[in-house]
Design a protein around this ligand. Structure first.
Ligand code: CMP
Length: 156
């Protein structure tokens, strides 16, 4: 009767449904330092995203390296760790239908030189390396990246 699988049966469909309409973002140290946190957050909300988790925090180079582990063989990995731990970041989980794809449209291309006019990166990024914001590239990564910063009880 006291079978833990009962809970798994209840929890799995709920977690799956939530993951598909959520994405994860970080306002990077360059944009926080440049005073763009408020403007970027305003653009995110104006585009219809609901902020369901938010915190300002400081990454160590080690923790930045863990977050970006997928890039560990890339030539820019060491610089990325330094840049992402240089000062505070603002982490958020965002909710909206089609969240991952719509958020990537809102932020624009990774390199701000190639980003469309009116996108967050075109407006606020300094360079490819310091490109103002991170946005998850899939529902699966959005769930992994969100849990990297937020416990279940910190997500509303
Ligand atoms: P982000 O979307 O956070 O994911 C990885 C980051 O690495 C990327 O944004 C860029 O800021 C950074 N980066 C630095 N150099 C490169 C590069 N040559 N190609 C892609 N990303 C790069």
């Amino acid at each position: 009767m006291n079978n833990p699988c009962i809970f798994a049966t209840y929890l799995k469909p709920i977690e799956y449904a939530m993951a598909t309409n959520r994405t994860f973002t970080m306002i990077k140290p360059d944009a926080v330092t440049d005073g763009h946190t408020g403007s970027i957050t305003k653009m995110i909300e104006a585009a219809g995203f609901r902020i369901v988790a938010m915190k300002m925090t400081l990454l160590t180079p080690e923790r930045a390296g863990q977050f970006y582990e997928v890039h560990k063989e890339r030539p820019f990995y060491d610089d990325l760790k330094k840049i992402m731990s240089a000062s505070h970041i603002v982490a958020m989980i965002l909710e909206k239908e089609n969240a991952v794809a719509d958020f990537r449209k809102l932020i624009g291309a990774t390199n701000p030189a190639n980003a469309d006019a009116g996108t967050i990166r075109k407006l606020y990024a300094r360079s490819l390396e310091s490109n103002a914001v991170h946005g998850s590239d899939s529902d699966e990564n959005a769930a992994i990246e969100g849990s990297f910063f937020f416990s279940r009880t910190e997500q509303f």
